[in-house]
Structures are given as structure tokens and as C-alpha cells.
Design a protein around this ligand. Structure first.
Ligand SMILES: [Zn+2]
Length: 277
């Protein structure tokens, strides 16, 4: 599943090909994905210039002067930039045809499992941050607002295990299952510890671990950036070297004890009982 780093790498990959370009055509090859596609989007976007790209959590934002196109990659989606005239493959559901100095290019959304989304938020509907899907999101983990102090402050009344509090996304976004497991390992914090019982100093370490791990994933993804724009390339959901994630029973890379796997809120948690307290 695309996590925050994949979405950010996607944004960085497609941005130079679509920013400043004019939308010529919007092609939908089905009625919708997770939700119906916005009716009449062709008329809304045709002839309009893409002013910028952005990201909020795992939502990719394509900005226009009159509103924002919101794209979510769901469970299995990816975006590629292609030259015109390439036949769509199965599961290529949406094309945004843009024109610019290098001629025409196609931003194509591929989504086999169809949990993705394409939504339009016009300026008349208010600030994009207030969109129903965005307004409850926590702070960006790579932004200035995120810190150990914030984690500490926002968890004083949260007795749920820290792993689940991270996954909830209402304090900080983008710390999905993999990154929550890995960050807690790096910070030496057991995923089972009630969030309210973790000290400020340990939250400082956790915030630093989250930043480092997400930033490293983005850097690594950047090295596979080419894949996002290759005509026949595989989309890059990058495999990192994990310390605990998906390593149940395998010796901890730090202490050699077998990595444990438990269920927390239907999700698998991997951790080292020796290294994480
Ligand atoms: Zn260990």
C-alpha cells in the first residue's frame, strides 16, 4: 500500500511534468473508484493551468487557480507520466492529458484494487484544509509543527497503546503500519505502552525516529523516481531494509532476540521485546 513516502515521491516525480501545464482533457474509463468521479470534471479543468502540486498526508493535491484536484492512491494505485498515444492497460482508470513546452503528456492513474479516489474541491467550497477528508488529519511528520513536545502534549489523555495512537493519524499523519513499527523500534519504545505513560524525552526520540525513517524512505524512493515516469516501469513501492517489520521470529538486528509479532487493532505489530520497553 502506498504510504506517505511513496505519495511524496510520486508528487516529486510528476510535479516537473505537470506544474505550469494546461489541462487538455480528462479521461475516465469507469464511473469511479472508491467514490464516483466528479461529474463534469472535463469542463471544470479543460484549458486550466496546474499552478502547483502538494500533499497532505497520503492525499496528493493538484492545484489550480479555481480549486484543487485531490488524488488518493488507495491500496494499490500509482501515477505515471506517459507520452501521448500509449494504449491504456487493464486498471488504467484515469488520464489527465496536459500540454506544455514539451508537448502533450498524460498523467495516468492505475489502480487494480480501486480503493483510490479522484475528487474536486472548488474554491467556492472553502479552504482545501477544511475538506472533509483533510480537516481531521494530524500534523505533517516532516513539517515544523511536528515534535516530541507535540506528541507528548497530545497524548496526555490517550491510554491506547502508542502504536495505535500513531496509526490513528489524528496527531501526526503518514505513520502507517510499517513506519510505526520501525519508528518505535528505533526509539526503543514498546508498541504496547499506553501513549499517556510515555515521557517527553522518549517522545523526543520517537519524533526524531519518525522523521528520520520517513525522510530516508523518501530519499530511497527518489533513487527509483525514474520508475514513476517510465513507460513500462514497475511502480516503485520501495522495499527498505526493515529492522522489525515483517520479520517475525527472525533475530533482532540489534540484540539477536527473535522479533515478536502481535495483533493490535487488527493490524500486525512487529517489535523486539528486548530492545523496546
Ligand atoms: Zn532487539
Amino acid at each position: 500500500m502506498p504510504e506517505l513516502p511513496e505519495v511524496e515521491v510520486t508528487r516529486r516525480g510528476v510535479a516537473p511534468h505537470i506544474e505550469g501545464r494546461i489541462v487538455e482533457q480528462v479521461v475516465f474509463r469507469r464511473e469511479g473508484l472508491r467514490w464516483p468521479f466528479p461529474p463534469g470534471l472535463q469542463a471544470v479543468l479543460a484549458g486550466r493551468r496546474i499552478t502547483h502540486t502538494g500533499r497532505r498526508g497520503k492525499y496528493l493535491l493538484i492545484g489550480f487557480e479555481h480549486g484543487t484536484l485531490i488524488i488518493h492512491l488507495g491500496m494499490s494505485g500509482h501515477l505515471r507520466v506517459l507520452p501521448p498515444g500509449i494504449e491504456p492497460r487493464k486498471h488504467d482508470h484515469v488520464d489527465l492529458v496536459v500540454s506544455g513546452p514539451e508537448g502533450r503528456q498524460v498523467l495516468r492513474l492505475h489502480d487494480p484494487r480501486r480503493f483510490g479516489a479522484v475528487l474536486w474541491h472548488g474554491n467556492e467550497d472553502g479552504e482545501i484544509d477544511q475538506h472533509l477528508l483533510l480537516r481531521g488529519l494530524g500534523v505533517e511528520p516532516l513539517g515544523d509543527e511536528f515534535s516530541g513536545a507535540l506528541l507528548h502534549r497530545e497524548t496526555r489523555r490517550r491510554n491506547a497503546p502508542i502504536k495505535q495512537v500513531l496509526l490513528a493519524g489524528d496527531i501526526v499523519v503518514g505513520v502507517g503500519n510499517i513506519y510505526a513499527c520501525e519508528s518505535l523500534f528505533r526509539a526503543g519504545i514498546s508498541p504496547k505502552t499506553p501513549a499517556a505513560r510515555i515521557s517527553r524525552a522518549r517522545y523526543d526520540r520517537l519524533a526524531e525516529a519518525i522523521r528520520e525513517i520517513l525522510a530516508a524512505a523518501i530519499v530511497q524512493g527518489g533513487s527509483t523516481l525514474r520508475d514513476f515516469i517510465a513507460v513500462n516501469g514497475q511502480s516503485g513501492y520501495f522495499q527498505q531494509t526493515y529492522f522489525v517489520y515483517d520479520r517475525a521470529g527472525v533475530p533482532c538486528r540489534n540484540c539477536g532476540a527473535p522479533v515478536k509479532q502481535i495483533k493490535q487493532g487488527q493490524r500486525s505489530t512487529f517489535y523486539c521485546a528486548q530492545c523496546q520497553r
